[in-house]
Design a protein around this ligand. Structure first.
Ligand code: SAH
Length: 257
């Protein structure tokens, strides 16, 4: 079979702040004939598309459904077969809860050239922006990126029992609606109730909010602060470093004044 002329770049747009995209990703955006982009992509980045490039929104519009994954896969194949340079632009990193692997497989199966351009995943971006180091000498030697949306349903459940003991910092994606269940699982499997927790809403953007508490109260705080998606949950002693940093900053400011 002759390889199609077009190529698909599966590109990470970074966690929200448009400046956190890579140079490589920007160059691919500037080259594309068509860009298929997700809801979590900062739309400011589309300004770097070349004039006349076709922009296709694949996220969920108000009162409408998101484009189903099969339709996105089919569109990627169809555009590439037309000989187009395609950018599939995704929030964060395409290979971290981004379904980039499924899209790459589909392209590979159809003999279409593809390339992954990594992005800063939201755990890394949001943690940095909230002043929470994911590892920290004396507090955390490991971290895990975990999905929070496998608490129900027929998918393999997340092993909260193992995570509670074997990883120092948990960065939980898609966990806001399941926060009470996740917290319950961690407590049930032996995490202490005083374990610090942070929720970072819209991390790295101008609308970022950071809510901190402990496993004892974080689910109640999330409700009273009306936390909405996208938000990342960080569980672990490293959350305390944020408090240290903020305090040190305040003290430094007080000295200057
Ligand atoms: N591929 C993406 C993740 C997509 S899953 C990445 O690498 O970041 C969607 C989840 O990512 C959201 O439910 C939320 O938990 C997290 N997320 C994405 N953008 C975020 C942001 N700006 N702030 C906090 N969490 C974010």
């Amino acid at each position: 079979m002759r390889a199609a002329a077009g190529k698909v770049y599966i590109v990470g747009a970074g966690p929200g702040d448009p400046e956190l995209i890579s140079v490589k990703a920007m160059r691919r955006i500037g080259l594309a004939d068509v860009i298929l982009y997700d809801r979590l992509v900062n739309e400011e980045l589309l300004a770097y598309a070349r004039p006349g490039a076709e922009l296709v929104y694949c996220g969920k519009a108000p009162n409408a459904h998101a484009m189903p994954q099969e339709k996105i896969n089919a569109a990627l194949v169809a555009y590439a077969r037309q000989g187009k340079t395609v950018v599939r632009l995704k929030g964060g990193d395409p290979f971290v809860f981004g379904r980039g692997g499924e899209e790459a497989l589909e392209l590979a199966e159809h003999g279409i050239e593809w390339e992954i351009v990594p992005g800063i995943t939201s755990a890394i971006g949001a943690a940095a922006s909230a002043a929470i180091p994911l590892t920290h000498r004396g507090k955390a030697a490991s971290f895990a990126c975990v999905t929070g949306n496998r608490c129900h349903g027929d998918q393999e459940p997340v092993r909260w029992d193992l995570l509670a003991h074997s990883v120092d910092t948990l960065a939980i994606y898609m966990g806001v609606s399941q926060l009470a269940v996740i917290r319950g699982e961690l407590l049930k499997h032996g995490k202490v109730a005083s374990t610090p927790v942070a929720i970072i809403e819209q991390g790295t953007t101008s609308r970022q909010r950071v809510i901190t508490g402990t496993l004892a109260d974080i689910h109640k705080l999330a409700i009273s602060f009306k936390v909405v998606n996208p938000a990342l949950i960080i569980v672990g002693e490293v959350v305390k470093v944020r408090e240290q940093l903020l305090l040190a900053e305040q003290q430094a400011e007080a000295w200057v004044m």
